[in-house]
Design a protein around this ligand. Structure first.
Ligand code: HEM
Length: 514
């Protein structure tokens, strides 16, 4: 009996040692172990995240590692090696190198929804799409969107007036703001005219459901595999949601294509049948118009158009929603900043002039420093690269923690303080002590193509809300809850402004000037 037990025991130990040897020799486990970071066991790796009791604990643990390892730390589990980095020097190295433009594994989960559009593609496909889509964000096209921002903001202001003013216990506004941002991006991207704030609620709910499934999937390592996800996970449910979302955008694209072709047939006699002449003829040129022009020249096909429209909506909806809600929360929590902003807006005579308000820009930039709507991005290293004195081989996944970078005392004085003035006083335009220490829209080759669009939208809606309402705090800053699966939530109180400034429309101004 003793012989049998000791043989079984010895076999188990031998098996374990062989597996351990193989893991160390043939996987990145050895590399992960050699870099300062969390303790990693063979096979399962760093258990801290895997067995953390709740999802907010997971974030807490990550933050503790960031404090303990000031430049970056490795994470290894079941053969996956990810290096987390947040020093401006390393990020400059990664982001400016055209060899590191491929996105990391976590973006793969988006493929069922976005295909390989601008956000998720790489190599030549990405390069060609970026070239094709850049004109859709030309300043003359962006100026055309100002009308959409104004119209959708007016609808939002009316809705706030109808349901949100002086609510006992306050309001969190998130639902209204997300309706506003979705309508705005859909009108701009697809050219659909939306007159009611709740018009796209079904579409919005499906996108939110897909987003929740992605977050869930990211936190479970064995769900990375598509077969496992589709067989044992929620893959089938996700496919159903994605199908409904694609049917919706697909039907709009088809309608617009028919309209575009019939308009083109009518114009065929004209020699200037191109984007520039279309821009002159149309007051509002949707991003989809750029894509339909490219389809005519065979530079993109129907599948590609669908990918890019879905990408714009996905990137342009949640990011701006997060930014707006946090800006309003910061203004409610900092009455002095709100008052100074109101005074600046007072000095403006027309809504389009919001784009020249310096302090407004500082408030927006400071909010997305503290609460970046895209808190992390990921890359695959295209070649061996030395980062934080560690040689990382090609194909290493790198996660760039923008939220940690933005609160680093090496780059920002008093980083936890909400201080819009830092952008007025700083040596660099980005308010930091290093050009790569402030990256809300990322930087270099794969920076955000919609950055200017987003800033114009944010300026318009924030100014209009501050012009119409007084924002008062209810939730305290230290009470905001961050979770991976549960969205942030906070309340503020909205009061009608009694000293509201009335803007004149351009034609009214012309009448007065006569
Ligand atoms: C406050 C709002 C926004 C923030 C903070 C933001 C942030 C970012 C960041 C950090 C990236 C880099 C992602 C990565 O490297 O994986 C990015 C990429 C991108 N963004 Fe934005 N974004 C915003 C709004 C928008 C809007 C409104 C649009 C569309 C109209 C848009 C379209 C895109 C696209 C298509 C990419 C991929 C670009 C490429 O890889 O070439 N974004 N954005």
């Amino acid at each position: 009996m003793i012989f049998v037990i000791s043989t079984v025991f010895c076999s188990i130990v031998t098996c374990f040692l062989i597996v351990d040897f193989c893991v160390r020799k043939f996987t990145t486990y050895g590399l992960a172990k050699s870099i300062p970071g969390p303790y990693m066991y063979p096979i399962i790796g760093a258990t801290n995240f895997l067995f953390s009791s709740s999802e907010n604990k997971t974030l807490e643990i990550a933050m503790k590692f960031c404090e303990a390892f000031p430049n970056g730390f490795p994470y290894w589990t079941f053969g996956f090696f990810i290096y987390h980095c947040y020093s401006a020097e390393s990020l400059e190295k990664i982001l400016t190198n055209p060899k590191h433009i491929e996105k990391s594994l976590s973006y793969k989960f988006l493929n069922s929804f976005l295909g390989t559009g601008l956000l998720t593609s790489t190599g030549e496909k990405w390069f060609n799409r970026r070239k094709l889509l850049t004109p859709a964000f030309h300043f003359s096209v962006l100026n055309g969107f100002q009308g959409t921002f104004n119209d959708q903001t007016s609808i939002l202001i009316s809705s706030i007036r109808e349901t949100e003013l002086n609510r006992s216990g306050g309001t969190h506004l998130q639902q209204l703001i997300s309706r506003f941002t979705l309508n705005t991006i859909c009108e701009s991207a697809m050219g659909v005219k939306l007159r009611r704030i709740d018009e796209l609620d079904d579409y919005r709910n499906q996108i939110n459901r897909i987003g929740k499934l992605h977050v869930e999937r990211i936190t479970i390592p064995w769900m990375v595999n598509d077969w496992v996800y589709n067989t044992f996970g929620k893959g089938k449910i996700e496919h159903q949601y994605v199908k409904e979302v694609h049917d919706f955008t697909g039907s709009i694209i088809d309608k617009k294509r028919k309209q575009f072709r019939s308009d083109n047939r009518k114009k065929d006699t004209s020699p200037t049948n191109d984007i520039d002449s279309d821009l002159e003829n149309k007051k509002r040129f949707a991003m989809l118009d750029t894509l339909l022009h490219a389809e005519e020249d065979h530079r993109i096909d129907a599948g590609g158009i669908q990918e890019e429209v879905d990408t714009f909506v996905f990137e342009g909806f949640d990011t701006t929603m997060t930014a707006i809600t946090f800006i309003l929360f910061m203004l409610a929590s900092h009455q002095d900043v709100q008052q100074r902003l109101y005074e600046e807006i007072h000095s403006v005579v027309h809504k389009d002039d919001y784009n020249h308000c310096k302090y407004l820009d500082c408030v927006i930039k400071e909010t997305i420093r503290l609460y970046p709507p895209v808190p992390f991005i990921g890359r695959v290293l295209g070649e061996e690269t030395e980062i934080d004195n560690v040689k990382l081989p090609a194909k290493t996944f790198v996660h760039i923690l923008i939220n940690v970078l933005h609160r680093d005392p090496r780059y920002f004085n008093d980083p936890e303080k909400f201080d819009p003035n830092r952008f007025l006083d700083s040596e660099f335009e980005n308010g930091a002590k290093h050009p790569f220490a402030y990256l809300p829209f990322s930087a270099s080759h794969r920076n955000c193509i919609g950055q200017k669009f987003a800033m114009m939208e944010l300026r318009t809606v924030v100014s209009e809300i501050v012009r119409n309402f007084v924002l008062k705090p209810i939730t305290r800053v230290d009470e905001i809850y961050f979770g991976l699966k549960i969205p942030f939530s906070f309340n503020l109180l909205l009061d009608e402004r009694t000293d509201n400034i009335i803007f004149l429309e351009r034609n009214e101004m012309r009448e007065l000037n006569k």
